[in-house]
Design a protein around this ligand. Structure first.
Ligand SMILES: [Zn+2]
Length: 337
């Protein structure tokens, strides 16, 4: 059974919860034996309660749990929130920074120079993407703030259309992967879901350029959707101040040597897909960080189900589990190492 603070954290992370035990047990005849306290986000964005068996007031619930009203505020005071999204967002991404540790491949660099302009998405676009993929808006905003989520208009070389797309990249601009908003695949119905922009360096862990000295924890995942999902977990766990996420775009590439040092002294947690390729990626990347990362471990989603009954195969799926599964899957409560 979740405690009240855990339930508050969970609803803030966007999860629908069953009822939890009401801490104001004095109001209940024999304590709140069958959980009757509903915890949810009110229309004003604050966490709210409804005690179905004794109709306890908010203040009674808070007092019994040792919490303050401010603990329910939309600014999530359980955790320090340091990454703030600027109010005046620029309409275009800043010019590409010189890539510090990009592999010196001139031909690829020339191809990258021809990329479409990668832009900071408008808020309504971020909301759209949040709805589509079941990823919390605030998590996507964190990825925007860190230069990892961008949008562009990309030409489909097969259908000759220009499609609005969302892109995962980082400020090194040595790798970027685009997915169209308006359809599920490129190059017609049987094409790939995602396209690497020409000249992308497959060995580059996207997001590595956004690792700051204070990011002691790294979620190391696989693919664009999981990179965004990882930011949602960092946000939900209030770890913006000390955690970052990176993603390899394919399990077949090793980590670029130039990126390895960025992981030095950090706790790295691998969250790969529950398939053979994921296992191979893990077997490849884990040893590369031996003697570099302060610690390394990996997470397995085996046996977890999403709310729709499908198996959880990746981190994006892990955002789609139902309340009971979340409650029982302690693995999901503290995903950020
Ligand atoms: Zn109660």
């Amino acid at each position: 059974m979740m405690t009240l603070p855990e339930a508050i954290t969970a609803v803030r992370a966007g999860r629908k919860l069953g009822k939890v035990r009401c801490p104001a047990s004095r109001n209940h005849k024999h304590g709140d034996r069958s959980p009757s306290l509903k915890v949810f986000i009110g229309t004003d964005g604050w966490v709210a309660f409804k005690c179905w068996s004794a109709d306890c007031t908010r203040d009674e619930v808070l007092a019994a749990a040792g919490l303050k009203v401010r603990d329910l505020g939309p600014d999530r005071p359980f955790q320090t929130r340091q990454a703030q999204v600027p109010r005046n967002r620029p309409t275009a991404a800043p010019a590409a920074l010189p890539a510090r540790s990009t592999p010196p491949d001139l031909e690829k660099a020339a191809q990258r120079a021809l990329w479409p302009r990668l832009m900071v998405p408008e808020v309504h676009v971020v909301k759209l993407l949040a709805d589509r993929r079941g990823i919390q808006f605030e998590g996507l905003e964190l990825a925007v703030t860190r230069g990892i989520l961008r949008v562009c208009y990309h030409d489909d070389s097969t259908t000759m259309e220009t499609l609005p797309s969302w892109v995962v990249t980082d400020d090194s601009r040595c790798s970027a992967q685009a997915r169209p908003f308006t359809r599920s695949t490129w190059h017609g119905p049987d094409g790939p879901k995602a396209l690497s922009l020409p000249g992308s360096v497959g060995k580059w862990p996207i997001g590595a350029a956004a690792i700051k000295p204070e990011h002691h924890s790294i979620l190391f995942c696989e693919g664009g959707p999981d990179l965004l999902a990882a930011h949602a977990f960092i946000w939900a766990e209030g770890r913006e101040h000390d955690a970052a996420a990176v993603a390899m775009l394919g399990a077949s590439s090793p980590i670029a040597n130039e990126a390895l040092e960025l992981f030095r002294g950090r706790r790295v947690r691998f969250v790969v897909h529950a398939d053979t390729a994921g296992a191979k990626g893990l077997a490849r990347w884990g040893p590369q960080l031996r003697g570099i990362a302060a610690s390394r471990d990996s997470i397995c989603f085996k046996g977890l189900h999403r709310a729709d009954g499908e198996y959880v195969k990746d981190l994006n799926d892990a955002l789609l589990v139902d309340a009971d599964t979340f409650e029982n899957a302690r693995i999901l409560w503290g995903l950020v190492p």
